[in-house]
Design a protein around this ligand. Sequence first.
Ligand code: ADE
Length: 411
Amino acid sequence: LGLADEGRRRIDWAAQQMPVLASVEQRFARDQPLAGMRIGACLHVTTETANLVRVLRRGGAEIRLAASNPLSTQDDVAAAIVQDLHVPVFAIKGEDTATYYRHIGQVLACRPHITLDDGADLTCAVHAEHPDLFDEIFGGTEETTTGLVRLRAMAASGALRYPIIAVNDALSKHLFDNRYGTGQSTIDGILRSTNTLLAGKTFVVAGYGWCSRGIAARARGMGAIVLVTEVDPLRALEATMDGHRVLPMLEAAALGDVFVTATGDARVLDRQHFERMKDGAILANAGHFNVEIHLPALQEMAVEIRQPRPSVEQFVLADGRRLNLLAQGRLINLSAAEGHPSAVMDMSFANQALSVAFLARKGKSLAPAVHPVPPEIDAEVAQRKLEAMEIRIDQLTSEQQKYRTSWKVGT
Ligand code: ADE
């Protein structure tokens, strides 16, 4: 709790960049849409999350919070949430796996009506270990691509027992958070941990989803030569026509100075790639889980492991080459930097807050499936962000409206 003052100052700083969430807060304070609701949240404990927690509290909810990654917790923020918002937080940066899951259990002990998740660990814990909670749970939300992949697999196998709102899939979320948020914060994490120069470097991005697109664009903007690896033909074509060179990872492995994985899959960088990499290569992961860079192979191949800087482990191989792993292969942007900037989390978390209110309104009426964010919420978030940025746009004239809805006028 001694860190709470520092956390509060940083939370207030972030709030200045979150005007859409602030407008939701005003409405929640007035309407109390979450009165009597118990919310269990598993999110990265950051200044932006603290602002979301405050808004949910103002809407009348009782909340417990655990971390969604063992390395992403900002301890000063955790302290400020406890002290100022009176919300129990179960998270400490660097917690081990057993502690991480124990903390999730402590969140579930409040018997939530609604779960907020980032990566689906909380929702999976309910399904695997706490089926007694199904009676009380109305539904949940999911923040990430990876979490939705897991939850859709649960739904497809008939295991999903309560409705989930796919916050990640809102356009006003992933087009901004995943692309510009991950793009900037991944570069931020690499620079904070290594202080390396990107100009002129060969920068390999694994995957070309929304996160990878943002990373590739920002790396190019810093003057790097970007190579992309993919398994999906359409995405590979898109990367090519965005001007990046696409090639298999086995070939890219020998060329890269910096490697970033953001595929959502496992063993994207493995022994056969480490065997070909250049001395001094930098390896970072921007995907949700720490499975993309196969750490056991790297550990087996190393004759020595050094720690030259706080977020860098240097694996010295038998032939003398040094491979530099950042943030233990965990989410680089949240482990070695502060996650996405507040201005994009503003939209993501406005979607979260409004989706929670939607779930509270719907009660038990939604089917146990993965549901989209209601389109009117998505549109409202985009509209409010534009207004906050003082950007005005044109309106269709009545002739244009008519033209759009008529099929008769051609050449
Ligand atoms: N995910 C990515 N960036 C984040 C942030 N700043 N806060 C919470 N969750 C995040």
